[in-house]
Design a protein around this ligand. Structure first.
Ligand SMILES: [Ca+2]
Length: 225
């Protein structure tokens, strides 16, 4: 009774050895092919069609409910685009592909983030988002997600490439810029050609949250305004 399991006819005792033997046994070849062929094909498609974009990270309240990566050939110019695809039939939350970046070159400036988004069967909404953080406060100095402000500019349904624009002030006290694309609920979005540029103060900001902006000097100390 201390000998190897029946399938490990060559005496291999560990489970890895048993698996290797099982796959290689001629009598099991057809069954193995039948079971593994679809998985191998799916894996091949994933490996050849999708990749994960360098320097981007995954986030969101339901990030596990989405596939996120790069789709080759899906970009505006026929090259790469990032994509978020829901893998659950019902999602009460969102996923985001995002970055954090030092704000140094934008400190004290008004900054416009632009990017292009395409949607397919988005049941709720999708949009770019842009947030200016201040270290240790846990509060944003500015935030826009194209949806939750006074004007809803978010995308839904199925739409071809659409230019999105978000404008925020980056105060001298900013410590981090966070930004990305988010998909709330089910559907698929593609994202390409994001850009940041300094604009003058004649361009209105689009922020929906503008708290904890430090004043340049003590202001309204007599409470008359
Ligand atoms: Ca591209």
């Amino acid at each position: 009774m201390n000998g190897p399991p029946a399938k490990c006819a060559n005496g291999l005792k560990n489970s890895k050895g048993c698996l290797a033997l099982l796959i290689e046994t001629p009598s099991m070849k057809m069954k193995t092919k039948f079971l593994f062929a679809p998985l191998v094909a799916a894996l091949f498609i994933l490996l050849t069609a999708f990749d994960f974009p360098s320097d981007w990270i995954i986030g969101g309240s339901k990030y596990k409910c989405y596939y996120m990566g790069t789709e080759k050939g899906a970009g505006r110019d026929g090259k790469n685009a990032a994509t978020l695809l829901s893998v659950n039939k019902k999602i009460n939350g969102f996923g985001t592909l995002m970055q954090n970046s030092l704000p140094d070159k934008f400190l004290g400036k008004r900054v416009r983030m632009t990017g292009y988004m395409k949607t397919a069967d988005v049941k709720e909404w999708a949009g770019l988002w842009f947030r200016v953080d201040q270290q240790f406060t846990g509060q944003a100095l500015g935030f826009d997600n194209m949806h939750d402000g006074s004007s809803d500019r978010s995308l839904g349904g199925t739409k071809d490439w659409t230019r999105c624009e978000l404008v925020l002030d980056v105060p001298l006290s900013a410590s981090n810029l966070a930004y990305g694309a988010l998909l709330q609920g089910t559907g698929q979005i593609w994202l390409d050609d994001i850009n940041f540029e300094i604009v003058d103060k004649s361009i209105p900001v689009t922020c929906i949250q503008d708290g904890f902006m430090p004043l340049l000097e003590p202001t309204n100390l007599d409470f008359e305004k």
